[in-house]
Design a protein around this ligand. Structure first.
Ligand code: UDP
Ligand code: MG
Length: 309
């Protein structure tokens, strides 16, 4: 059990009431391993940092990286992966929705030789209908669009081997949709099942707009199919338009009395085409934004402070 180092990466954003209860549950489990716990503070505005620092002053295995501001969950995970020294790294949420009790099972799977061990939700009873359905829709949609299948019912609670950590941290791309990137590598993987619990304290930081951004990021990072679909729409409406011209032309010559000018048809046609064009411009815009961010090469996050490193 002590022949390897286990790193636990925990992104935290305003979790002052969750850090202590989490440590109380995690520490007894980790005691039988060589471990380090890396908290990545994603610009919390509450007492999260103080709580972590006081825990870190008693236990040097507990480390802290704090950001200047909120850079997002995925960036916090990324920073944790970059700082982790472990032979395997487990990422876990701070709100106790992911039960740390399954960590030993995850490690067993890893020791069987799997490079990734996903913690898979058995059921999502605690999440509301809206969250469940949007998540399901999102995964079917992304798997329809993308060449990299992303496993269903799997969040960011997973174990990855050092090899996978190296692969991820060395990737040059800025956009970090980690669930996709981890799956993209094609490493051998395994599952451990768990039941997702209710959030211990506070409420979710994933607002609807954050979820939509996350989804768009996931789709545009892993698929260029939307661009192709846009072209198909273009072809389709061009075919309609062309048939319309033929119809009008032939009608004008052979049955001029039959041809009644239809305003409705005209209006619907214009609205439809206008809609398709706007959607298409939007899709192209999404990809241009992506290129823009990649070209800017700004740092993905800024570290304000490190403790126990
Ligand atoms: N989190 C973060 N930065 C953010 C939002 C969330 O580091 O901008 C952390 C948060 O503290 C938690 C984890 O990411 O440990 C998952 O967030 P949350 O519980 O709000 O998401 P949900 O479980 O509702 O999907
Ligand atoms: Mg949560």
């Amino acid at each position: 059990m002590k022949s390897f180092l286990l790193s636990l990466v925990i992104p935290v954003f305003n979790e002052e009431h969750n850090v202590k209860p989490l440590l109380e549950r995690v520490l007894p489990i980790l005691e039988s391993y060589n471990y380090e716990i890396i908290f990545v503070d994603d610009g919390s505005k509450d007492k999260t940092i103080e709580v972590i620092k006081s825990a870190a002053s008693h236990n040097t295995h507990i480390k802290l990286i704090s950001f200047y501001r909120n850079f997002g969950h995925q960036m916090a995970l990324e920073a944790g992966y970059e700082a982790a020294r472990g032979d395997c790294v487990i990422s876990i949420d701070a709100d106790l929705q992911d039960p740390p009790e399954i960590i030993p099972q995850m490690i067993e799977e890893w020791q069987k030789g799997h490079k990734i061990v996903y913690a898979k939700r058995k059921k999502r009873e605690v999440d509301n209908f809206f969250k469940k359905e949007t998540a399901r829709l999102f995964y079917s949609f992304i798997n329809f669009l993308s060449d990299t299948p992303i496993p269903q019912d799997v969040g960011d609670f997973r174990l990855i081997d050092r090899e996978v950590v190296t692969f991820i941290t060395e990737l040059p791309e800025r956009a970090r949709f980690l669930r996709g990137l981890v799956a993209w590598g094609g490493f051998s993987s395994s599952y451990v099942y768990f039941e997702r619990e209710k959030r211990h304290a506070g409420k979710t930081h994933y607002t609807l707009s954050k979820m939509i951004n996350f989804a768009l990021d996931g789709i545009t990072s892993f698929s260029s199919k939307p661009l192709r679909i846009a072209s198909y729409f273009g072809f389709l409406s061009a075919t309609f338009g062309f048939s319309g011209i033929l119809y009008a032309f032939i009608g004008k010559i052979f049955l001029p009395s039959h041809l009644v000018t239809g305003w409705t048809g005209l209006f619907v046609g214009i609205m439809f085409l206008g809609g398709v064009q706007l959607i298409t411009i939007g899709i192209i815009g999404e990809y241009i934004t992506k290129i823009y961010h990649e070209v800017q090469k700004r740092p993905q996050y800024l570290v304000k402070e490190k403790v126990n490193f």
